[in-house]
Ligand binder design. Structure first.
Ligand SMILES: *Cc1c(COP(=O)(O)O)cnc(C)c1O
Length: 453
């Protein structure tokens, strides 16, 4: 192992120098990928020297998500203490299903969940688990809601006409999950949004009432803290009143921006969160841990047991349910995703997590100010969003983004809202500084002036 750890150090050093010197890897066209890199698997082992060289070639061509030129997705950067925790989790290689096999790692996971439940003012009965990503957290939420509404569904399947509600701007996993839980995609009602991309509570109320009249059974509403394109926050207070009125489960999908709960300055964006039935947040987005680190909590842990527990004599042989986390999780064998968040949180404290969150909003303000001060840009996004959406000089956003990528200038994507396409720059890497943000725009301007659009 020590030999490979040495190799690992060498490779990481190489990666870090590449991130600096070539922050956007030159993309290899998919048609020549297998000719450009030695990815083939053969009868004979590769010799050590070639192995190292091949790995370096692969590293060189792999997109650099931790570089200062990466604005493409809802994650980015590398916070050392979180990465350390994840590397350690790989070396320890526990499976989180039992206390016998994971020991104190179970305590680490439990204390994170408990602290988050307290932070959002959930009752004592609350608990949660780590899921393999935000889509799966949403899946767990809607499954708990299904079994809460219809406890027979778990054994008999879904036979009634159950409907669920989410805004037009919400994440696509809601529709997928409706299919997974046997309710079906056609039973998903896409609720209209206002111009900022926030769900219209009045439209939600009307749609639920209409469905009840027509014999449907509304059971689940998904609200979003940070919509995927505009980064909008649905109004939890208004929506929760409608859910109470119709006795429907309310989930808050905070995969993108639910981490505002860690900042007194931005927690107001999820005001009313204590009225939700479940809440999910991806630490691998705003908190900057490595992928994946997704958390789902619910007001009452009985829902976790009701939907996810299973007896298994071959697995559960010691300790009580409270410390055998397999009884409340989606998977059987499960990776330790908690340790990386714990090493980060322990290192920087609540104060440090708040700084990480606030910095992203500050950098988004820097970006919006720049756009507002330069008449060649059109801004489409609003305050309190870390998705900065804009167009430059009427250049089609998809052409600009693709050109920047193909020429190894910048990694940034495009999105659209109400038939308007635009560049979506995400300031989620909390290690970026003001100069990196300004640099982003000057790179676009230089590139645009040297290409013919
Ligand atoms: C990213 C995201 C998800 C999905 O999370 P994954 O970890 O990528 O599965 C769900 N909802 C929202 C709002 C997101 O931004």
């Amino acid at each position: 192992m020590l030999k490979d750890l040495k190799l690992f150090s060498e490779l990481v050093e190489y990666l870090i120098s590449e991130e600096k010197n070539n922050p956007v890897a030159t993309p290899i066209d998919t048609t020549s990928l297998y000719e450009t890199l030695d990815l083939s698997l053969n009868d004979d082992p590769i010799i050590d020297e070639d192995f190292t060289k091949t790995l370096k070639d692969i590293i060189k061509s792999t997109p650099k998500t931790a570089s200062t030129s990466f604005f493409n997705q809802l994650f980015g950067g590398r916070i050392d203490r979180a990465t350390l925790g994840d590397l350690l989790a790989v070396m320890l290689n526990n499976s989180m299903y039992t206390y016998k096999v994971a020991g104190p790692q179970v305590g680490i996971e439990k204390i994170i969940l408990k602290t988050i439940c307290e932070m959002i003012d959930y009752p004592e009965t609350a608990d949660g688990t780590f899921a393999p990503g935000g889509s799966m957290s949403n899946y767990m939420a809607v499954l708990m809601a299904r079994d809460n509404y219809n406890p027979k569904a778990r054994n008999e399947g879904v036979t009634n006409k159950m409907t669920l509600y989410t805004s037009q701007a919400s994440h696509y996993s809601i529709a997928k999950n409706a299919s997974f839980i046997g309710v079906g995609r056609n039973q998903v009602r896409a609720i209209k949004t206002n111009d900022k991309g926030e769900m219209l509570a009045t439209d939600l109320d009307q749609q639920i009432s209409k469905d009840i009249e027509q014999g449907y059974q509304p059971f689940f509403v998904n609200a979003t803290a940070g919509t995927t394109v505009l980064g909008a926050f649905d109004n939890v207070i208004q929506i929760s009143k409608i859910c109470k009125k119709h006795d429907v489960w309310l989930h808050l999908d905070g995969a993108y921006c639910g981490a505002v709960i860690f900042s007194d300055d931005y927690k107001h964006l999820v005001k009313g969160i204590e009225h939700t039935n479940s809440f999910s947040v991806n630490a691998h987005k705003m908190l900057g841990t490595p992928l994946g680190c997704s958390i789902i909590v619910t007001r009452d842990k009985k829902h976790l047991y009701q939907s996810f527990s299973n007896e298994a004599e071959y697995l559960y042989q010691t300790n009580d349910d409270d410390f055998n986390l397999g009884k409340t999780s989606l998977q059987c064998g499960r990776r330790n995703d908690a340790l990386k968040l714990w090493t980060l949180w322990k290192s920087v404290g609540n104060k440090g997590l708040k700084t990480i969150v606030n910095h992203q909003f500050n950098m988004a303000n820097v970006a919006r100010n720049y756009i507002n001060q330069h008449p060649d840009y059109t801004l489409y996004s609003f305050d309190n969003s870390i998705s900065v959406c804009f167009n430059y000089k009427n250049i089609p956003a998809n052409k600009l983004c693709t050109g920047l990528y193909e020429n190894a200038e910048l990694m940034v994507g495009f999105g659209n809202f109400k038939n308007q396409e635009f560049v979506r720059m995400v300031t989620i890497n909390s290690l970026l500084q003001e100069k990196d943000i300004i640099n982003f725009f000057t790179r676009i301007e230089k590139f645009a002036s040297s290409s013919d659009f």
